[in-house]
Design a protein around this ligand. Structure first.
Ligand code: 5AD
Ligand code: FES
Length: 352
């Protein structure tokens, strides 16, 4: 069932509109249903700290943004959010933070992993999203219970990568690629992704991003529209951007083409979609996505984890978020995979 597409064909699909686009989106939905079914899996997202040692030019919580109030949620707060996920049968959580690599940080995450496994009687699945680390750190965290890891490549074209990151030792493209290989070696289900609609990004770049995912044989993908943030260097190029609606539509096309290229991977309906269209994530579920990450970050911290403008759900508490989500997911025609890890079928298929 897997479809091979070359760069030219992918580029054309990404540009498609009207009838062709409707065909593309429908085809992706059919392929998704056949390959992974119509279940949607929840990952309760806990953004446990916005302290970051890096300076990505697009990101609102970059180190040099002095306007951000930095926070570090307490272990109790983090574990309480995970307990909420467990009690509400979410199946899995994602721990995300700014990028740090000090021994204290590595140990803290390690302790949290053990704490989450303990409080949920080993039931909660755990995804980490804590940036580039050494192979040893990845291995240590894997042994303590994390089994999936998200590390977006952000842009697979090296030149574009350096247009959106400082050209410094701390932001090397090669190191990021290496980190993705380390994750595979350590045994994780590996997730990556890109931002869509970046300044300087072409349709060909996006086609290459999809071919990069295929070449890396990834298990999971999270990608969403780039959304400008005023307190970042990339904001100066906002005149180069497509409209938000165009970025949104392009993001849906990217999800659909990826589903056609890699039928059995997990694809997340990125939160950034919802920043443009209130029903953005549900629309993504209809064209290929099968994972949603409800925000469980303690409310007081949410306004300090603004990676981009108009980030949604800033003042809803987790419970509310879940109720509105449930209704909207059912409206989108999907079923929620309660209490399931919802592992990547692609990962399972590779193993067997
Ligand atoms: N717009 C959209 N996505 C962003 N991210 C960071 N900054 C932005 C932005 N301005 C995404 C990155 C990162 C993920 C956690 O959030 O892709 O990997
Ligand atoms: Fe924190 Fe990019 S700014 S990792």
């Amino acid at each position: 069932m897997q479809v091979e597409l070359d760069k030219q064909e992918i580029t054309e699909l990404l540009k498609s509109s009207d009838r062709e686009r409707a065909d593309l989106l429908n085809r992706a939905q059919e392929i998704k249903d056949a390959a992974v079914g119509n279940k949607v899996y929840f990952r309760g997202l806990v953004e446990f700290s916005n302290i970051c040692s890096k300076d990505c030019l697009y990101c609102g919580i970059r180190k040099s943004n002095g306007k951000v109030v930095r926070y570090n949620a307490s272990d109790e707060e983090i574990l309480a959010a995970c307990r909420f996920a467990w009690e509400n049968r979410f199946g899995s959580v994602v721990l995300q933070s700014g990028e740090l690599s000090s021994p204290a940080f590595v140990k803290r995450v390690d302790d949290l992993l053990k704490g989450i496994k303990k409080l949920s009687k080993n039931e909660l699945g755990i995804t980490l999203s804590c940036g580039e680390q050494t192979l040893e750190t990845y291995q240590r965290w894997f042994e303590s219970g994390a089994h999936r890891y998200l590390l977006r490549i952000e842009a697979s074209n090296r030149d574009l990568y350096y247009k959106i990151h400082p050209n410094t030792e701390k932001h090397l493209f090669e190191k990021r690629i290496e980190a993705l290989h380390f994750l595979r070696e350590a045994g994780y289900q590996v997730g990556t992704g890109v931002m869509i609609g970046l300044p300087f990004q072409t349709y060909e770049d996006l086609a290459d991003d999809l071919l990069f995912f295929k070449k890396m044989d990834i298990d999971m993908c999270g990608m969403g529209p780039y959304i400008e943030h005023e307190e970042t260097p990339l904001y100066q190029y906002r005149h180069l951007l497509k409209s938000k609606q165009e970025r949104f539509d392009l993001a849906l096309n990217m999800i659909a083409v990826l589903r056609i290229l890699m039928p059995d991977i997990n694809i997340a309906a990125a939160t950034a979609l919802q920043a443009i269209d209130p029903a953005g994530r549900e629309k993504a579920l209809k064209v290929g996505a099968n994972v949603i990450m409800p925000n469980l970050t303690p409310c007081d911290y949410r306004k300090e984890y603004l990676l981009y403008e108009d980030k949604p759900c800033l003042d809803e508490d987790a419970e509310l978020c879940r109720n509105c989500l449930e209704a909207r997911i059912e409206l989108a025609g999907s079923e929620i995979g309660y209490n399931e890890w919802g592992d990547s079928k692609h990962f399972q298929n590779r193993k067997s």
